[in-house]
Design a binder for this molecule. Structure first.
Ligand code: AMP
Ligand code: MG
Length: 486
């Protein structure tokens, strides 16, 4: 099934611990993502009966070479010199027909030497959550790790209460994090730091040539990927929730779906994570934190950028300074597309900001407002104005907006079409994700989860019969909380 070629496990042993997954009792396959299996080039699966043994870690596929990866990281601003895969093992890497390489990782596969007292297991609830969220992000065209399979086990996992256990199979273009660089940098291990940088360049930024300034270009490239990624999060109202440096991928994929959530009512200070007491990872703070995390990466790379540390610092600072501008450009372009206008014009940028101010004041639903705005172009009786408590302000905004649209000299239908390509009708709303998990855990009923994941594969494809999936909960989600706990 897998044609493994395990490049990471050929790196020196300081990069990982060689360790097999620990078997679980009675694994049951509750989801296998066939489309993704094809995409990553797995052999056609003929015998479905034994998939649960592989995706639980009970049976090792041929040529796998399981390792737990070493990394460090800044958690809520505090440096931890050793984190590492404490509840995951990388089975190995496969490549698809286009030559793209993917990590196949089991999450919840038992303790490793990085577990630091944790049990190495994952409750099934968070496994389902990660599956739904990561797949939804993919279909919203946002770079992300993905989910290949979910297994329920007959073992209980001890958290605040006893919970049913699960194992998720995560697919990533790699699991190299900012924290992986911090791991070697903190040890002053420049040899392995360079090896890691060269490996990461080769795997993710192979267009960078052998020139003297290759590590500078590498830093620029990672910054660019992160600026683009975070802008995309913001454009759909996604809050990662725990943007620690160990959860920041070098490839620019969204990784580690713990306490993440989508915002319903628009407010930049929205936070759902139960442990984020000061709003460090609030919706509107994500670009700042992205830049902070990249500053940690740049500190690691200084000795590679230039032998003269002053010179290296000047170069790194310039790159970090440009992050703000880059992010702003990505964000304005993406957000202005949501209102059908090019983000290059100052006037459009101002219009967008006025709308956001109004949305904040009126606690408008982020997703619905942009979706109804797309509808409004051809149907002024749609429910757009229900997102605003009074008509006055939105009416005068709409007049200015329509004037700006006219300048674009495109037909209404064309504008609407392009807006509906970037304004989803469906996002994984918190109450729906919770319902899918509740039904699965309490009634062993996966039908709601199946329906929700299927719908989220086509988030821009509005169907009147699915109106219930578009709507926020009746009483809002102000008190909604998420937890780390995968
Ligand atoms: P996270 O907050 O999910 O990014 O995880 C932070 C660190 O805690 C990582 O090193 C994880 O491997 C580790 N960790 C989280 N949960 C567990 C667990 N149940 N058992 C062992 N290690 C864990
Ligand atoms: Mg993590």
């Amino acid at each position: 099934m897998f044609k493994f070629d395990n490049s990471y496990s050929r790196l020196p042993e300081n990069f990982y611990e060689r360790i097999d997954p620990i078997a679980v009792k009675n694994p049951k396959l509750i989801r296998f993502n066939k489309l993704l299996a094809e995409e990553i080039g797995l052999d056609p699966i003929k015998d479905n009966n034994h998939l649960e043994t592989i995706f639980s870690g009970n049976v090792l596929p041929k040529d796998s070479d399981p390792i737990a990866l070493a990394y460090a990281g800044h958690q809520f601003g505090h440096f931890v010199p050793q984190l590492g895969d404490g509840r995951a093992v990388l089975l190995g890497e496969v490549s698809n027909h286009d030559g793209f390489r993917f990590d196949i990782q089991l999450k919840g596969s038992g303790p490793t030497s990085f577990s630091r007292g944790g049990d190495g297991r994952a409750p099934l609830g968070p496994v389902i959550r990660e599956y739904i969220m990561s797949e939804a992000m993919h279909f919203l065209n946002i770079p992300t790790t993905r989910s290949l399979a979910m297994v329920a086990t007959d073992e209980l996992v001890s958290r605040e209460t006893l919970l049913p256990g699960g194992v998720l199979t995560r697919i990533a273009s790699s699991h190299i994090r900012v924290g992986t660089f911090e791991y070697f940098a903190a040890q002053g291990d420049q040899k392995n730091l360079k090896l890691l940088a060269d490996y990461a360049i080769n795997r993710h930024y192979s267009n960078i040539d052998e020139s003297n300034n290759r590590y500078q270009i590498f830093l620029e490239s990672v910054c660019d990927k992160q600026a683009s990624l975070i802008a995309k999060w913001m454009e759909v109202g996604f809050i990662h929730g725990v943007m620690n440096t160990d959860n920041t991928s070098i490839s620019g994929e969204t990784i580690d779906y713990g306490p993440c959530a989508f915002m319903d009512s628009y407010h930049p200070e929205t936070v759902f994570s139960s442990i984020d007491h000061h709003g460090r990872y609030a919706y509107g703070n994500q670009p700042n934190i992205g830049q902070w995390n990249l500053a940690r990466l740049s500190e690691c790379l200084l000795p590679l950028i230039d032998n003269d540390s002053n010179k290296a610092i000047t170069i790194a600072e310039e790159i970090l300074d440009s992050f703000g501008r880059k992010f702003e450009d990505y964000w304005f372009n993406g957000m202005c597309e949501k209102i059908g206008l090019p983000g290059s014009k100052k006037n459009n940028r101002a219009l967008l900001q006025d709308l956001l101010k109004l949305m904040q004041k009126n606690q408008s639903d982020f997703t619905l407002t942009f979706w109804y705005l797309s509808e409004y172009i051809e149907n002024q009786n749609c429910d757009l104005k229900k997102q605003f408590t009074s008509n006055n302000e939105i009416d005068s905004w709409l007049i200015k907006w329509e004037k700006a649209l006219k300048q674009e000299k495109k037909t209404k239908t064309k504008i609407k079409e392009s807006m509906l390509k970037v304004n989803p009708a469906y996002i994984p709303r918190n109450h729906q994700v919770e319902k899918a998990i509740y039904e699965a855990l309490n009634n062993y009923d996966y039908s709601y989860m199946d329906r929700l994941t299927l719908l989220l594969e086509k988030p821009y494809d509005y169907k009147p019969e699915n109106i219930e999936f578009m709507m926020p909960p009746e009483n809002g989600d102000q008190n909604y909380q998420t937890f780390c706990g995968t």
